[in-house]
Design a protein around this ligand. Structure first.
Ligand SMILES: Nc1ncnc2c1ncn2[C@@H]1O[C@H](COP(=O)(O)OP(=O)(O)OP(=O)(O)O)[C@@H](O)[C@H]1O
Length: 268
């Protein structure tokens, strides 16, 4: 569904993504993990067609992404940005409806059902007539997730790109949102999500890619990728990893962190 071939992206003379090649198949949920500044958002923006690399490219259904018109792309590719602007006092329902802007049908009843279902699944239906600005950070994030789900809710083989979709959410909604993403992948969507929570990625993603300084460091199943060696190489922390006997999913223990004590001289 998505093919990335030799993608290289640089900005302001700095190489951000280096010769990335991979593909994501329909039905997969790929989690992209890496340290701050590794290039995850830049990669997502390339995957979404917002940024073009200087070499290589991104292909959807074997067609280079830049050959798609925006309206055509919006029909089957939804992208939740890392940060969503809530500087205007729109109502929650209007924000979710904005997801339908490019492809709303003339069937008003069907459109209303899509908006309602997207709000229900993200548990924001009770907030429908509230201003987005009057919501908590996690609630706002659920509203924006509902907006991108509404965009492709009537598609069967859409691409869903989620950049840190659960960063502000509480534990229940983190799990619920990733369970929705995993269920959509199982139903035929192609899902790519940038995450920082290794254990949640292990639990919900079918595949994990580690990025290190713009390069692909590891790519495979959660068990193959989330090893202490890879985690140390990418995040610089020592962890213990156990494979759960119940779920066969790797569980990453809390890392042992040593503080740079010399910097705390005035406190010690
Ligand atoms: N417009 C820009 N001009 C210069 N450098 C940029 C620009 N955009 C991004 N970068 C740099 O590119 C690198 C990768 O940024 P990116 O946002 O892709 O990282 P990330 O892996 O998503 O990080 P995080 O986990 O902190 O969100 C960073 O070092 C960042 O400072």
């Amino acid at each position: 569904m998505i093919q990335v071939r030799g993608l290289t992206y640089q900005i302001a003379g700095k190489l951000i993504l280096k010769d990335l090649t991979f593909q994501v198949e329909k039905g997969e949920m790929l989690a992209i993990l890496g340290a701050n500044g590794a290039g995850k958002t830049s990669l997502m923006r390339c995957l979404a067609g917002e940024l073009q690399g200087q070499a290589g490219g991104v292909y959807y259904r074997k067609r280079i992404i830049k050959s798609y018109a925006i309206a055509e792309l919006a029909k089957f590719r939804a992208y939740l940005h890392q940060q969503n602007n809530s500087s205007m006092a729109f109502l929650v329902e209007d924000i979710v409806r904005m997801g339908r802007y490019q492809q709303r049908s003339t069937n008003a009843e069907q459109e209303a059902t899509i908006i309602r279902e997207a709000m229900e699944i993200c548990a924001v239906n009770h907030l429908a007539s509230r201003s987005i600005q009057a919501l908590s950070g996690g609630e706002q994030q659920r509203v924006h997730l509902a907006r991108v789900l509404a965009q492709i809710w009537d598609q069967r083989e859409a691409i869903l790109l989620l950049d840190e979709p659960i960063a502000n959410m509480d534990m229940q909604f983190q799990h619920q949102s990733l369970a929705i993403a995993a269920a959509l992948a199982k139903a035929g969507f192609t899902v790519v999500a940038v995450l920082h929570e290794l254990n949640l990625a292990a639990q919900y993603a079918s595949r994990i890619m580690l990025l290190k300084a713009g390069r692909k460091w590891a790519d495979g199943s959660p068990c193959e990728v989330l090893t202490p060696t890879n985690i140390y190489a990418v995040f610089g922390v020592n962890t213990e990893v156990e494979i759960s006997r119940k779920t066969l999913v790797p569980q990453i223990g809390a890392p042992a962190i040593s503080l740079p004590l010399a910097s705390f001289n005035s406190f010690l």
